[in-house]
Design a protein around this ligand. Structure first.
Ligand code: ADP
Ligand code: MG
Length: 147
């Protein structure tokens, strides 16, 4: 098992409905340590840059509008198999298909407004982390209570 870092975003819908604390509670209780965090209010262009892999898809325009519609909390998480573990805790993209107890089952309202983002592979995690955080902002996990 490898210690990995992954990027998560508590999306504007979950921030607006007051679920930041609930989502963080779930992440922490699943041994994902927060090693960087930043509140952002993305411009449309910044949302498009983040979701560049989805450019051209039918939902791209609506997705990037949603992601730039209000504040979001961006975090880097660290832990054993953090990338896959986060994806598991998040649940399926469409909350209708998400397993009970997952963040999307609990807090998402639609396939678009689905509460949380998580990197899907080591390469995308590296790109996404560097999109928001210069290396100096990442603190050593050993200095955290769960480290
Ligand atoms: P995930 O976030 O689970 O990795 P994707 O990478 O496929 O999902 O899509 C990125 C985001 O785009 C999703 O989290 C969701 O907000 C939105 N999205 C994906 N598919 C659709 C769709 N069919 N209709 C509307 N929005 C979608
Ligand atoms: Mg994805």
């Amino acid at each position: 098992m490898a210690i990995e870092r992954t990027l998560t975003i508590i999306k504007p819908d979950a921030v607006a409905t007051g679920h930041v604390g609930d989502v963080i509670k779930i992440l922490e209780s699943n041994k994902l340590a927060i090693v960087a965090a930043r509140m952002v209010y993305l411009s449309k262009q910044q949302a498009e840059g983040f979701y560049a892999v989805h450019r051209g898809k039918p939902f791209f325009e609506s997705l990037t509008k949603f992601m730039s519609s209000g504040p979001a909390l961006v975090m880097v998480l660290e832990g054993e198999n953090a990338i896959a573990r986060l994806r598991e805790i998040m649940g399926a993209t469409n909350p209708a298909n998400a397993a009970p107890g997952t963040i999307r089952k609990l807090y998402a309202s639609s396939i678009e407004r689905n509460a949380i983002h998580g990197s899907d592979a080591p390469e995308t995690a590296a790109f996404e982390i560097s999109y928001f955080f210069p290396g100096i902002e990442l603190i050593p996990v050993s200095s955290l209570p769960c480290g």
